[in-house]
Design a protein around this ligand. Structure first.
Ligand SMILES: [Zn+2]
Length: 307
């Protein structure tokens, strides 16, 4: 034993001196992508989101710190479909980080493997004011798309850090298992409300309502990104009365003035639903986002007696 001890000490010293495997530095545009990246990346990644979950992801105020964070990133994960077009491109350019420029190996557009709804068939231009010219960019609000995003990130990380590929694969498998378990719970919760008619402020909920069989019959915005107009609001009120719509879903970053006046006219209940992780303190991860929103939605449906 006495003879072995110096060798053991030498080995321990070598281990201590060996540099720790550097974590992949991941920056995401939104908190939802950050959580999904953290789920599969575990302790082999360092993940930061630029936008906060309570901000409108179309319109995020750029801070100088964003450029510094982008400059250090190994991997940038974006929602894509032009969701971030109003704020991200100049920041990526100014970061002067060749690794994360669009098309580079450290740039991941999460929409590429996701199921995208509302892809326009005719020609849609931003001149018309539409902020969804490439289909609905709020696609993370479908648990199935969360799975696709997590898989895309795991695959990308495995290519960037091949030595950790087995680790990322097992983290993904564990997330997939927990998500499938949660989906059973959500399907059971939502089953009685299939076909229920609702109205939403912005077109944020296409994937969520499609997944759980709700029927969105109208929007407070005349077009995505265009504020409510008196004429459109009057039409919407008439339609909600005609179809007996009692639920009006509003994202937390919109003014409640118009939704409240619509609710007064129609007897509908305004439900403020956060569309992202961190939209409320209680929503700390992707699975928790659906737990929170579906619970709130179902409680409102039951209160209004809507069915
Ligand atoms: Zn939108």
């Amino acid at each position: 034993m006495r003879l072995l001890r110096p060798a053991a000490l030498a080995l321990a010293a070598m281990a201590a001196a060996a540099p720790a495997r550097a974590a992949v530095n991941v920056v995401t545009t939104t908190a939802d992508l950050a959580d999904l990246a953290a789920q599969v990346g575990g302790d082999r990644v360092k993940v930061e989101s630029l936008a906060r979950g309570y901000q409108d992801p179309h319109y995020v105020e750029a801070k100088p710190s964003f450029i510094l964070r982008l400059a250090k990133a190994d991997l940038l994960v974006v929602v894509g479909r032009e969701l971030e077009i109003g704020w991200l491109p100049p920041l990526v350019q100014q970061s002067r980080n060749a690794r994360i420029q669009p098309g580079a190996s450290g740039y991941l557009d999460a929409s590429l493997t996701a199921r995208i709804l509302e892809i326009p068939t005719g020609q849609i231009t931003r001149a018309m004011g539409d902020v969804h010219p490439q289909g609905n960019p709020h696609y993370w609000l479908d648990p199935g798309n969360g799975r696709h995003i997590a898989k895309a990130v795991a695959d990308k990380l495995s290519r960037m850090a091949p030595g950790d590929a087995a680790y990322f694969a097992s983290r993904y498998a564990e997330f997939d298992r927990r998500l499938a378990e949660a989906e059973k719970r959500w399907d059971a919760l939502m089953a009685p409300y299939r076909g229920l008619k609702i109205v939403t402020y912005h077109r944020s909920w296409a994937n969520l309502t499609d997944r759980f069989g709700l029927n969105v019959i109208g929007y407070v915005e005349p077009r995505p990104g265009i504020p409510p107009s008196p004429a459109h609001t009057l039409d919407l009120i008439a339609e909600m009365k005609r179809q007996g719509v009692k639920i009006l879903v509003v994202e937390p970053y919109f003014d409640l003035k118009t939704p409240n006046s619509i609710a007064r006219e129609t007897g509908a209940q305004v439900v403020v639903l956060p569309p992202s992780v961190g939209g409320e303190k209680a929503i700390t991860d992707f699975i928790g986002l659906f737990d929170y929103d579906l619970d709130l939605l179902v409680r409102a449906i039951r209160q209004t007696g809507a069915k």
